[in-house]
Write a protein that binds this ligand. Structure first.
Ligand SMILES: *Cc1c(COP(=O)(O)O)cnc(C)c1O
Length: 367
């Protein structure tokens, strides 16, 4: 067998996979263009960095690194259970919430099953679906958001999983409590409903959704969340889910025994207690969102109103040349052509000075 044919040994879904394209790392752009003072507004990371409490906890834990982590995540689960009023048995910890999405695919999908999700929804849903060889039913979006009526109609007898991102990435669109609750309640009980709340901390109080309350009545619901966004721990890779104890038990069977590293567990636990850092993060986000959208308005650009820590701006022309021009000025943002949004760029909210620099450079590139 020659080298070319060796890849044909992979299962069919994997052979056709196009890998997830992450935001460009700062160091890569430095290498490529020899630039310094680069800003990255491309991966919805926390521009304020991690909580100082998390950093102190990591420092304190370093001497223990020769030991395996607590594979059950006992203390972090206790803290999450207390904070969100759930039982420890309802919690699953993941190496990022992305890992939980993957565990769900591994535990529930086979090639003869369907998965329903929306157009413009988070790119990991098609990836895990395809890797499992399952069939994706992509439902056309409504005003860039999830069309729940159409999604309900798209469910077939073979549908085993539905993915919903609320708020959605990269569009920032938000569903209401009422429509979401009705949608989940109307799903066949044989469909696992994954509600991806990676950005729930950023949703303002008035629009907030108490999805945890639904766990008592929807045994088929899995809510996924992460420490990567509001908590500023993307580099450590830690996320979690809440579900019925039965679904948590299933996910626990397919996860690796030590899927979370010890520093991630300890940092997450400390970050959860840092209300000050979370408050500063949310305040910076609101101010930055206003700053960016006012800037877009001044440039005569439109954007999709966003409930997250990012905003998709419509350049009304192919966005890739502008993305490239911004890179050459040391500003990394995110093109979203792979989400069928070729005229948009997704901008993560940065610090006020980063946002200002981005707007200045964008103006230069457009004129
Ligand atoms: C960022 C993101 C995640 C999770 O990221 P992890 O770092 O793996 O926790 C999940 N869903 C959406 C919609 C996201 O944007």
């Amino acid at each position: 067998m020659n080298n070319r044919d060796i890849s044909l040994l992979a299962v069919a879904g994997v052979q056709q996979l196009i890998p997830y394209k992450a935001g460009k790392p700062i160091e890569e752009l430095e290498r490529e263009l020899g630039l310094t003072q680069i800003i990255k507004l491309a991966s919805n990371e926390n521009p304020l960095g991690p909580s100082p409490k998390a950093l102190a906890a990591i420092q304190h834990a370093l001497p223990e690194l020769a030991l395996y982590p607590d594979g059950s995540g006992f203390h972090l689960k206790q803290a999450l259970a207390k904070k969100f009023a759930v039982d420890v048995s309802q919690i699953t910890l993941g190496n990022g919430s992305n890992e939980i999405l993957e565990l769900i695919a591994r535990a529930f999908l086979t090639p003869n099953l369907d998965v329903v999700f929306s157009q413009h929804a988070f790119a990991v849903y098609p990836l895990v679906t395809q890797a499992a060889g399952a069939h994706a039913i992509v439902v056309p979006a409504l005003h860039y958001g999830h069309d729940l009526t159409a999604m309900a109609q798209a469910v077939t007898a073979k549908t085993r999983v539905v993915f919903i991102a609320n708020p959605n990435n990269p569009t920032g669109t938000l569903l209401t409590q009422t429509e979401l609750e009705a949608f989940i309640g109307a799903l066949p009980e044989t469909v696992v409903c994954v509600l991806d709340e990676a950005y729930f901390e950023f949703v303002n109080q008035m629009a907030a959704i108490n999805s945890i309350d639904w766990l008592a009545k929807f045994p088929n619901l899995i809510i996924t969340r992460t420490f990567s966004k509001a908590y500023g721990l993307a580099g450590l890779r830690i996320g979690y889910s809440f579900s019925s104890p039965e679904l948590a038990d299933i996910l626990n069977r397919v996860r690796q025994p030590f899927n979370n590293n010890s520093l991630a567990i300890i940092a997450a636990q400390a970050a959860l207690t840092d209300e000050v850092h979370l408050h500063q993060t949310l305040a910076n986000n609101s101010a930055g969102m206003l700053q960016l959208t006012e800037g877009f308005q001044a440039l005569n650009l439109e954007w999709i109103p966003s409930a997250g820590n990012f905003v998709a701006v419509d350049l009304k022309r192919e966005a890739l040349p502008i993305y490239d021009a911004l890179l050459r000025k040391g500003v990394i943002v995110r093109p979203v052509a792979n989400y069928e949004m070729p005229n948009f760029l997704r901008i993560s909210i940065g610090t006020l000075s980063e946002n200002q620099r981005f707007l200045h450079m964008l103006s230069d590139c457009l004129h």
